[in-house]
Design a protein around this ligand. Structure first.
Ligand SMILES: O=c1ccn([C@@H]2O[C@H](COP(=O)(O)OP(=O)(O)O[C@H]3O[C@H](CO)[C@@H](O)[C@H](O)[C@H]3O)[C@@H](O)[C@H]2O)c(=O)[nH]1
Ligand SMILES: [Mn+2]
Length: 738
């Protein structure tokens, strides 16, 4: 082919861009009118201000509106130039010209991340349609669990049947669990004849045996002496599995050293160890990073990524090709918005038309050199390199263009010297006084959303990225399907993102000098969107309090400014509905997304922002609570029925319930008062607002009053929240009198 046909195409969604820009223009005009209305009210002196309305509630509601307008403005950058892409992997050069790839898979806790699932991810990566001698799979086991190591050896054994079977028959689903649980006719296998079926049965039996062995060993609590090590305190361990098989990808187990006295920096720390250890084992120029709960669902993702990476036009600046994180366990009525529809379609698609999508933790093919900053391009001496990269000479040699790693496919396993070197590279003190995790080198540690921050600094250094989103999901993961996980994960994300917002990397300060203003707006949107909590709390409690006390906060219905408020409200809801429908989703999805936006703003965004602020002033340490990947049947049933599972901590649930109860009280009492006083004109907007919040919160109302199952809002929380809501409303009403 080369030179003639393109390997990928990029298409700008012109009509979407026009609609978006037109909408942004009208909507922003209305926002300016709103700000004018509020500001001119505040500038009136006390006597002329209508009905002597107290100033504090006005200011609070205005603050909520300003925050919302600010985030909305940043949000428009995603909609400026959305693009879609097509790839043609069949136009790639022949195998021997392809560069090699290291796959990194992180796991941390076999109790929350079942070994069988992790091994399915490992096996699916080994089954990628790529020359096996150019594929190396590394597993980082942060738990230092012998069960994981045992699982890998077993996975390797099973892969020896599975990989050749998939290669011989062109199996399109490289993950054995997914393949064997899908209906047979899905992969068209009934057309493949009895010989194939016999072969398939044989491999399936192997798989069942493999599963049984893992089950037995996990029941026994792992093989070997687990008590020797604990997840937080264990030495480094590196083991190459099956290096003698040329026709199989290399498999490497890495458990970095962890000591309670050393911060380990969670996933970012684990990935940096893999970067170093792999550099002296295979040192592939490209790396695929996967979470242990994200298996390869299509064998050709590597080839698709190479369509971009091998394009001489874009390759020099291209750091990574990002695939979407899709999930296999999301129900049609996605009540927790775990499918990330909005993120996958709007955020990544929008960024792709600018400088490229953000780095998203998993499912991306990245260039190794992008992790080394601009440091190695300079002609710097070895002492300087050691200052950046640490004391390993072997690692520093690996930075050179012509470095050949000592352990390659023809070696049986690591020699004693090499083993020693990997131990050094995986030790917890290796990074002391180096630039790892700090500037330019590896994944950055400052934020628990290490992916976002690392990608941001790469983009700031001039790297680009592309978003590859073929119709068949290339990777499938395990999405959160219960409220507790959703909120714990959301709080971690908000905390990590807001952490960046208030650091020296704030996208609005650090970004615009180094990247286009639109790209930096997109990054800023993500970093600042936890501030939604201010708006949602202000809108969820202040107008209601004022409604109870007969204080108007919005223009009268007869006032033409009321139209402005109504327009802004309807314009944003209908734009969202339009986008939901445009991606082929239903009204229900719209409702779910709106509701989850409110729930997240009330809880995750509030707690996440507080967490980041407390971390900043030194009152808290960073934490990374992993999500639970063990399927709980009862929870699963509720989720499939579209019912919220309110079993979560009081701290998470109570604020939500307090808000809902306050709205119920305000709506009922306020409505009665309005009817009695006949002042509809003044109070209409506030009545409608509480009513709207109650409609959107219906599942919570139902969980408090109507449901009797285990997943309902516990009566103790309802009681506590009722008391707290009453206290809040009483204190608020007293405050309003002064
Ligand atoms: O100390 C740790 C903590 C986590 N992990 C691994 O990190 C991955 C992600 O953890 P998970 O519990 O699945 O969190 P999610 O919220 O699903 O992760 C999302 O958010 C993270 C940032 O918060 C990103 O790194 C992930 O790629 C992204 O999928 C998993 O493979 C874990 O095993 C570690 O290796 N070490
Ligand atoms: Mn996950």
């Amino acid at each position: 082919m080369e030179g003639s046909l393109p390997r990928h195409l990029c298409h700008v969604q012109k009509s979407s861009a026009i609609i978006n820009r037109f909408h942004a223009l009208i909507h922003s005009t209305a926002l300016i009118a709103l700000i004018y209305y509020r500001a001119s009210f505040l500038l009136q002196n006390n006597d002329t201000r209508s009905g002597h309305t107290p100033i504090i509630p006005w200011l609070l509601v205005f603050a909520g509106e300003l925050v919302l307008s600010f985030i909305w403005l940043l949000d428009q950058a995603f909609r400026w130039r959305p693009v879609t892409r097509a790839v043609f992997p069949e136009r790639l050069p022949e195998d021997k010209q392809l560069p090699s790839i290291d796959v990194f898979i992180c796991t941390v806790d076999p109790k929350k991340e079942p070994t069988l699932e992790v091994m399915n991810t490992v096996i699916s990566a080994m089954t990628l349609d790529y020359p096996p001698e150019k594929l190396h799979v590394y597993v980082s086991d942060d738990g230092g669990s012998s069960l994981t190591l045992y699982g890998m050896k077993e996975a390797w054994e099973f892969a020896r049947s599975w990989v050749p079977f998939c290669r011989a028959h062109g199996i399109k689903t490289p993950c054995p669990k997914a393949y064997f649980s899908s209906l047979e006719d899905e992969d068209g296998s009934e057309f493949l004849g009895t010989e194939f079926m016999a072969e398939r049965r044989r491999v399936q039996i192997e798989y069942e045996k493999f599963k049984a062995r893992l089950r037995t060993s996990s029941k026994e609590g792992g093989i070997g002496n687990e008590s020797m090590s604990s997840p937080r305190d264990h030495p480094a361990g590196v083991e190459v599995i099956g290096a003698d098989q040329v026709e199989m990808p290399l498999l490497v187990y890495v458990s970095r050293e962890k000591r309670p006295s050393h911060p380990h920096h969670f996933k970012a720390g684990a990935l940096n160890v893999l970067l170093r250890v792999s550099s002296i084992i295979s040192n592939s120029p490209y790396i695929l990073i996967l979470d242990c709960d994200m298996y390869c669902n299509d064998p050709t993702s590597a080839q698709k990524a190479m369509c971009f990476h091998l394009d001489p036009k874009i390759s020099p600046t291209l750091a990574f090709v990002q695939f979407p994180q899709r999930f296999h366990n999301i129900s049609k009525n996605d009540i927790y918005d775990s499918g990330l529809r909005w993120t996958l379609s709007i955020i990544w698609g929008g960024l792709d038309g600018l400088q490229g999508p953000i780095l998203s933790g998993t499912c991306f093919y990245i260039k190794r050199v992008a992790f080394y900053g601009s440091l190695i391009q300079d002609d710097i001496d070895i002492l300087k390199l050691r200052e950046f990269f640490g004391p390993s000479n072997e690692f520093i040699r690996s930075l050179g263009q012509n470095y050949k790693p000592r352990v390659s496919k023809d070696g049986n396993s690591l020699s004693a010297i090499q083993l020693q070197e990997t131990q050094l590279l995986a030790s917890c003190s290796y990074e002391n006084q180096t630039k790892w995790g700090k500037e330019q080198v590896g994944f950055l540690y400052q934020s628990v959303v290490e992916d976002y921050l690392t990608g941001f600094t790469m983009h700031c250094r001039g790297w680009t990225s592309v978003y590859c989103n073929p119709s068949k999901p290339q990777f499938l993961g395990c999405g959160v399907t219960n409220m507790n996980d959703m909120l714990v994960q959301g709080t971690r994300w908000s905390s990590g993102l807001f952490d960046v917002a208030i650091s020296k990397f704030s996208p609005l300060i650090y970004g615009p000098l180094r990247m286009s203003i639109l790209e930096s707006f997109c990054y800023a949107y993500l970093a600042y969107h936890p501030l939604y909590f201010i708006s949602v709390w202000c809108f969820g409690i202040i107008p209601q309090l004022c409604l109870l006390n007969g204080i108007p906060l919005y223009p009268k219905v007869s006032d033409s400014f009321c139209m402005i408020f109504a327009f802004i409200f309807l314009s944003s809801l209908s734009k969202h509905l339009y986008e939901v429908r445009f991606t082929g989703e239903s009204f229900q999805t719209w409702m779910n997304e709106q509701r989850i936006w409110m729930i997240r703003s009330v809880t995750c965004h509030l707690y996440g922002s507080m967490d980041a602020i407390m971390k900043k002033i030194g009152m808290r340490e960073a934490s990374f609570l992993t999500t639970n990947k063990v399927v709980d049947n009862e929870q699963e049933k509720l989720y499939q029925m579209g019912k919220f599972d309110f079993r979560t901590s009081t701290a998470i649930l109570a604020p939500l319930v307090i808000l809902v109860i306050s709205n119920m009280a305000a709506f009922m009492v306020g409505l009665a008062k309005v009817i009695a006083a006949g002042n509809w004109d003044k109070m209409f907007v506030q009545v409608v607002l509480s009513f709207y919040i109650l409609i959107m919160s219906y599942p919570i109302v139902e969980g408090m009053i109507l449901r009797k199952d285990k997943g309902r809002v516990p009566p103790s929380i309802t009681l506590l929240s009722t008391v707290l809501a009453m206290v809040l409303l009483t204190l608020g009403s007293i405050a309003l009198m002064y």
